[in-house]
Design a protein around this ligand. Structure first.
Ligand code: ATP
Ligand code: MG
Length: 1017
């Protein structure tokens, strides 16, 4: 456990020790605790789950980002008491259990309720919308900005509080299933109808924030257009309040309010109208009435026209509404003149009503903008709500009037709710669940609530009855009615009912025994304040204004005077109805409480008025809470939900238990953790006594959650990987089959195209090969080679065997000469042994002459050669530049040089193994040089008589190349001009030159060797 955790646990334990000790006095406990903490500068204290807040009257550095982070997502007792702890608890309850929650903030004027509500809002805004969604940011911005506008219009400077809310405010914030704010709604309660400062509240010693801001912050041009001057004391309604010290920032605040109105979506003309209305109210207060004989007059008529201008109506109509009252008597309509007093009364009521309508219109406007739109539960999940109630606390003054009566009634209602939710429900629940429980007495204030609000019998009903009576009804008559009807009520008394009670004044006072103490009310003004005092004429005046915004604020002005209208509801009934609706709303939510205490009446950060504080602690209704909480259990939950949340803590319950019931499973789980002494088992719920146990359970839950998340991630990752693997496998299979299909279809196509090639003339040479798939490129090459071989073999098979040597020779000639030499002589039949051909005719002639023509050739037989490769007449040149006509005779063993003139006598024999290469020229000439190993090259020019000039070089080269190839020896063939040669080791060249007058090829000597001159054409 970390040090800070340890400290928290220690603190929680210490508090619990005091809390659960046997000699316990709840009041002293609470009071000492609060006081002790406040002295150490700690303004917040937990009493049970209620946060008690002391107004420090100085800025504390405890609301910043760091503090927010400390409380975010923490359990209630894990951090020191703070507003953020309660805000987080309400938010967490809402998010975890999808429950609507509410935070009720109460306390005296100036105790810090509005400040607390703002900090709570700021906290919620700070911890939500982590993904920064634009729509959520917009809603948050408007919710925060709306405060500034509402305060400007609804708050006043009083001698109790510089920023006193003149209205009770309840704000709902709607959240989506992710816990981000998506909208809201504001309810305001009884603006200014009740004011403890007295009836003529504009003239009372407090000052509307907005008036000051407008006069201080409005530009000269703006003030001129509104016919206003900067000096607040020029206006009757605020003259008294103007003496109060004003903030130096009013100018800046005025701008902030104007900006906020723009952000919220007020149009420019609407903002203009707002200022016109405010100015008209200030001018109304300056109207002076007098009487001329019986006729009432307005002394300063100019002001009337200013008001008419600002309210976009006509001066004479304003004047008439101020001085006369239209009354319908049967069918007749008459204008009844006001007395001076009535006119003043009417004017003030009008001013108040305009301001009230303006405020309500602003609230409605804000509600329109932040209302949740297009939310569909089925798509977006459950929409949950956190409500924040900032409402006046219990008030007791020396002189308590209608306003205190309403406020205290409101607090009775809230106390009743508190009792129902916290005390009654709690005790009833213990009984229902069969938990052993010693009933704790508490005061159920339902009886007081009934005293005020009961139909026909309650104080409000009696007051309404009195107001409905025709004729003059006085406050005393109302008190008389109370005495008659409530004389026996235990919580009501008056001087008439108890003559000995001298504190109460005859015909003026009555006393209610409130849950928080006795309060004496003076009936003076009750009737007037309860009636709707605004004459109908004003409503019609406003409805007929040419300013559409104003007209919209006064819809009931549409009715003409003769139309019978329902009597408007009285102020007290309106207030009662709104309280009943509020309490119903709160009752449907899980409540969290903030109780604000004011340490002194001087707005001082140093003073601590013990008596004032004791008083407030008493009224906060905390004591019963402390008692019940102390005897009771901090936490309860149904077994099912408890298991749902904590089942991962024990192996017996995770992921599912196999015990007979959820209750048994919960017991097992609790025993596993060793908490069995701190819990009780009800019929359907488990009850945990100390928060520490819950805190530990939460800690274990949080720890296990990490493991579960990891486990889920692991499983999910595995699933993803398996899925990916399967997909890859599938892809590979598809690939395999596709490839197989491609290969097969290629082979089928090849087979189709080539199936008849055997019967084709060219054995399919013209057949186009299909494009192979990539993988078969090498296969295609091999296939083509096989095909070409097959085709070659087929072609060769059709050639007669005797032609084959010639064919081979031609192929060999092609291989070495093609592209190098102009003439290869492929077109002719290659006879090979040309001397034999010539000699065939020569034999006949020779026989005639008695000579053997080829005696030399016969000699070569001794060589035992198998084939004659080539023979031909040649002209040769030797190293002595001697040119002679000879013949060459090449067998498969030797090359013979013969002399045709001497019956082909062999002159020289070169074994073929001595022959290493041939050189020919690139022209059509018949030059050939035989290169030998011993560098005794033989330079000849083939010489054909029959047919003349036959081209035989190609044949000679082909025959020799083919022969060498078959005997696996190499023969170098070079095609150049001039041709290189070596005669007995001496390098020389033989160039070929064409000469026009040359009759037959002949060698001549040249500097570098020889020139073969050939006949040109
Ligand atoms: N937490 C706080 N830190 C510092 N100052 C505070 C705090 N709470 C209240 N105050 C001071 O007390 C003044 C009165 O507080 P606030 O307006 O919230 O009272 P209230 O309970 O709403 O009164 P009312 O019922 O008149 O509206 C504030 O203007 C501020 O100066
Ligand atoms: Mg306030």
């Amino acid at each position: 456990m970390t040090n800070s955790r340890a400290a928290v646990m220690k603190r929680a334990t210490r508090l619990e020790n005091v809390f659960f000790s046997t000699t316990f006095d709840p009041f002293s406990f609470s009071f000492c605790l609060i006081l002790g903490r406040f002295e150490k500068g700690r303004i917040y204290t937990f009493i049970g789950e209620v946060v008690v807040s002391m107004n420090p009257y100085k800025n504390l550095n405890i609301y910043g980002r760091d503090t927010i982070e400390q409380y975010k997502g923490r359990e209630l007792y894990e951090r020191p008491p703070h507003l953020f702890a309660i805000a987080d608890a309400a938010y967490k309850a809402m998010k975890r259990r999808s429950k609507d929650t509410c935070i009720v903030i109460s306390g005296e004027s100036g105790a810090g309720k509005t400040e607390a509500s703002k900090y709570i809002m700021q906290y919620i805004a700070a911890i939500t919308n982590p993904s920064q969604r634009a729509e959520v940011e917009r809603v948050k911005n408007i919710l925060l900005k709306s405060n500034c506008v509402l305060e400007a219009f609804g708050n006043a400077k009083t001698n109790r509080n510089d920023n006193s809310s003149r209205f009770g405010k309840y704000m709902d914030i709607n959240f989506d299933f992710k816990g981000d704010p998506i909208g809201g709604h504001i309810n305001n309660y009884l603006l200014e109808k009740v004011s403890h400062e007295g009836f003529s509240f504009f003239g009372s010693p407090f000052l509307k924030i907005l008036f000051v801001q407008l006069l201080q912050g409005g530009s000269d041009q703006m003030l001129r257009s509104l016919h206003l001057q900067k000096d607040a004391s020029a206006y009757n309604y605020i003259r008294a309040g103007a003496q109060l010290k004003c903030s130096n920032n009013d100018g800046a605040e005025f701008k902030a309010v104007a900006d906020a109105m723009k952000v919220i979506g007020f149009k420019q003309e609407e903002i203009q109208t707002v200022y016109k209305i405010v100015a008209a109210i200030l001018h109304l207060g300056n109207l002076k009435f007098s009487v001329d004989g019986d006729t009432p007059l307005i002394e300063n008529g100019k002001v009337v026209s200013v008001i008419a201008d600002l309210l976009s109506t006509k001066s004479d109509m304003v004047e008439k509404a101020l001085l006369f009252r239209t009354v319908a008597t049967g069918r007749d309509v008459i204008d009844k003149q006001h007395t001076e007093q009535e006119a003043t009364y009417g004017r003030d009521a009008f001013a108040k009503a305009i301001y009230e309508r303006l405020f309500c219109w602003i609230v409605t406007h804000i509600n329109d903008v932040i209302e949740v739109k297009n939310y569909d539960n089925t798509i977006h999940g459950k929409n949950t709500v956190i409500g924040v109630l900032d409402i006046y606390g219990f008030e007791i003054f020396d002189n308590n009037s209608f306003e205190q009566f309403c406020i205290n009634y409101c607090n009775e209602k809230l106390q009743q709710l508190f009792i129902q939710l916290v005390l009654k429900q709690e005790q009833e629940e213990y009984q229902r669940e069969g938990i052993p429980w010693k009933h704790i007495d508490y005061f159920n204030n339902q009886i007081i609530v009934d005293l005020v609000e009961q139909q026909h019998k309650g104080i409000i009903a009696i007051l309404d009855d009195a107001c409905m009576n025709v004729g003059k009804v006085t406050d005393e008559m109302f008190l008389e009615a109370l005495n008659n009807k409530l004389g026996k009520h235990a919580h009501f008394s008056s001087r008439k009912l108890c003559a000995t009670d001298k504190i109460l004044e005859f015909d003026r006072d009555f006393r209610i025994k409130h849950y928080a103490g006795d309060v004496i009310y003076s009936v003076t003004g009750f009737i007037d304040k309860n009636k709707d005092t605004l004459f109908q004429d004003f409503k019609r005046l406003m409805y007929n204004s040419s300013n559409p915004v104003l007209k919209m604020m006064w819809p009931e002005g549409k009715l003409s005077i003769t139309e019978v209208t329902k009597r408007p509801l009285t102020a007290a009934t309106l207030f009662k109805n709104s309280m009943i609706a509020l309490v119903d709303n709160l009752a449907s939510k899980e409540p969290y409480y903030v109780r604000c205490i004011k340490p002194n009446d001087k707005k001082s950060p140093q003073l601590f008025d013990e008596e004032r504080c004791r008083h407030q602690v008493e009224y906060l209704g905390l004591l019963e809470n402390v008692r019940v909480r102390r005897a009771g259990f901090a936490y309860r939950q149904t077994y099912e939900k408890f298991l749902h949340r904590y089942k991962m803590i024990s192996e017996f319950t995770w992921p599912n238990h196999d015990l007979p019931s959820d209750k048994e499973a919960v017991k097992k789980l609790i025993e596993c953790c060793g908490f069995q002494h701190d819990v009780a088992y009800g019929k359907t719920k488990i009850f945990i006594r100390t928060p520490r146990t819950l805190f530990t359970l939460e800690e274990l839950h949080a720890k296990m959650l990490v493991r579960i998340v990891l486990f889920l991630q692991k499983v999910w990752r595995g699933t993803l990987a398996r899925l990916r693997y399967k997909r890859t496998r599938a892809a590979l299979t598809i690939l395999k089959y596709y490839r197989r299909y491609k290969v097969k279809s290629y082979i089928r196509e090849v087979a189709r195209r080539f199936q008849n090639v055997r019967s084709m003339k060219d054995y399919g040479k013209h057949v186009q090969w299909p494009t192979p798939p990539k993988v078969l490129r090498r296969f295609e090459e091999a296939l083509q080679t096989i095909y070409h071989r097959w085709r070659a073999s087929e072609l060769i098979r059709s050639i007669p065997p005797k032609d084959l040597p010639q064919l081979r020779a031609k192929v060999a000639a092609m291989e070495v000469l093609k592209g190098h030499r102009a003439d290869i002589g492929l077109q002719r039949a290659w006879e090979g042994n040309y001397i034999a051909l010539v000699s065939a005719s020569a034999v006949i002639n020779a026989k005639k002459r008695g000579k053997l023509p080829m005696a030399g050739v016969q000699d070569t037989r001794k060589d035992k050669y198998m084939n004659v490769l080539f023979s031909c007449h040649v002209r040769k040149v030797n190293r002595f530049n001697k040119v002679e006509d000879r013949a060459i005779f090449i067998t498969d063993r030797h090359l013979y040089k013969m002399d045709p003139m001497k019956q082909y006598k062999v002159m020289k024999t070169i074994p073929l193994y001595n022959l290493i290469g041939l050189s020919v020229s690139n022209g059509k000439d018949q030059l050939v040089v035989f290169h030998t190993k011993d560098n005794k090259d033989l330079i000849v020019c083939l010489f054909s008589k029959q047919p003349p000039n036959d081209s035989r070089i190609g044949e000679l080269v082909g025959v020799l190349a083919s022969h060498f190839k078959r005997s696996k020896r190499s023969l170098q063939v070079s095609v150049t001009n001039p041709v290189q040669c070596s005669l007995h080791g001496r390098k020389c060249t033989v160039a070929v030159e064409t000469k026009l007058n040359q009759s037959q090829p002949d060698f001549t000597k040249h500097r570098s060797g020889f020139v073969l001159c050939v006949p040109g054409n």
